[in-house]
Design a protein around this ligand. Structure first.
Ligand SMILES: C[S@@+](CC[C@H](N)C(=O)[O-])C[C@H]1O[C@@H](n2cnc3c(N)ncnc32)[C@H](O)[C@@H]1O
Length: 404
């Protein structure tokens, strides 16, 4: 592993965060700050690609002390590691209809559904944690208790990548989305595609529409999809180039599940802005973000069918971009109902992540309740706050169901 180059935090951003987050998060900010200011302490998750043969990787991971974040049961779709070459038959920005992917070469179309080969170690994991039960059983992510960074995988000509490195908290919005085989799913803000890949690990949707309006980032998204998905599932995955805010009308009621992984302050990356000027520039535009985020969330609620769900997520600690956005949208969207994710996600995974239901609210009202199934504020969403030893996050996620 190469030692990471030392980076220094941007003073303007740090000063701004100190002011806002010490007020909103109280003591939680002190520990989050300690993590954010020490990149050497950051942990990395290794999400396996079920479409590729990963036996060698799991053996290496296990020998290095990595263990699975989620229980492994059920089936894994394996596609013999075939290459994924695809071209777009239609691919234009601002186009009204969704572009479709055309497979240009397809050496092996079918794929097997085979049981995951679980080692004794895995079986022991499962036995010791019987209370954890997620439907997305084929989603596998390995984590390490210390900040051990697994090397990223270079391009392998003609072969799919075996794993994707990520902040393990990024998987939580995907778990909250509860994608099932046959669902129609919209990933409204999709690039670079980490959550789209995670969705395809969780289930086999009938359709996954990955939307990204920024051309440069869309190229990145396309490359990610090409590197991880086999030809046999490409027909289910389309890339679109729309402003997500306009999708609510044109796709009204079409999707079963919509993920809004919104453009946000991205605390980790803002803190390490390349210079103070860039940091200040970002902070200047910060107050406009909640407006766009609320527009995207409204569009998602329009695009989902009655009874379907929308998951809203960000990677900032800012309550203005998190709970406040959800609350604003709920006020003018009476068909949407927030769901409590505390018992479903926070309690089973509290060993790995530091969860907080609504720190800003509790700070202000001094009536913190960490009990399951608690208040309305509980249901507005859950915040993952980094702290030493559990450095995952920041990540906020909230699930809204559109009433039947
Ligand atoms: C947090 S990133 C998404 C990360 C991605 N979901 C993943 O897991 O890799 C937010 C994305 O939203 C895109 N975005 C910005 N404005 C948008 C809009 N109006 N509609 C849709 N996407 C937008 C940004 O270009 C950016 O790629």
């Amino acid at each position: 592993m190469q030692p990471k180059k030392e980076r220094s935090p941007c003073p303007a951003v740090l000063g701004h965060f100190d002011q806002q987050y010490s007020e909103e998060l109280g003591d939680l900010w002190a520990s989050a700050r300690e993590v954010l200011l020490d990149p050497r302490s950051w942990q990395y998750g290794v999400m396996l690609n079920r479409f590729s043969v990963v036996t060698d990787i799991t053996q290496i991971l296990q020998s290095q002390g990595f263990s699975t974040l989620l229980p492994q049961t059920c089936v894994s779709a394996r596609l013999f590691d075939s290459p994924s070459l695809m071209t777009y038959s239609k691919y234009q920005e601002g186009e009204d209809t969704l572009p479709t992917l055309r497979i240009s070469k397809c050496p092996r179309e079918d794929f097997d559904l085979q049981p995951v080969i679980t080692s004794d170690e895995h079986r022991q994991d499962l036995q010791s944690e019987p209370s954890i039960s997620f439907p997305a059983a084929s989603l596998q992510c390995y984590i390490h208790p210390s900040p051990l960074r697994f090397p990223s995988q270079a391009h392998r000509p003609g072969q799919l990548k075996q794993y994707y490195l990520l902040n393990a908290a990024s998987l939580l919005p995907v778990l909250a989305l509860q994608v099932r085989d046959g669902d129609k799913v919209l990933d409204l803000c999709s690039a670079p595609g980490g959550k789209a890949v995670a969705i395809m690990q969780s289930a086999t949707p009938e359709l996954l529409c990955c939307n990204e309006p920024d051309p440069h980032r869309r190229d990145w998204l396309t490359k990610t999809l090409e590197s991880f998905l086999p030809h046999s599932v490409n027909s289910r995955v389309v890339v679109s180039a729309r402003d997500g805010r306009s999708l609510g009308h044109s796709e009204a009621g079409f999707y079963d599940k919509v993920l809004v992984d919104a453009p946000c302050s991205n605390d980790r990356s803002w803190l390490y802005s390349s210079n103070n000027q860039q940091g200040e520039q970002r902070l200047k535009g910060r107050s406009r973000l909640p407006v766009v985020q609320a527009q995207l969330l409204r569009a998602a609620l329009s695009a989902v069918r009655p009874g379907g769900v929308v998951v809203y997520s960000t990677c900032t600690l800012s309550s203005f971009e998190n709970h406040a956005v959800v609350e604003t949208v709920l006020n003018d969207f009476p068909e949407a109902e927030p769901e409590d994710l505390w018992e479903e996600i926070a309690i089973p995974l509290s060993k790995y992540f530091e969860f907080s239901p609504h720190p800003g609210y509790e700070q202000l009202h001094h009536e913190a309740s960490m009990q399951p199934g608690a208040t309305y504020h509980h249901r507005l969403g859950i915040l993952v706050v980094p702290r030493p030893g559990k450095t995952w996050g920041p990540m906020f996620f909230s699930r809204l169901r559109r009433r039947e």
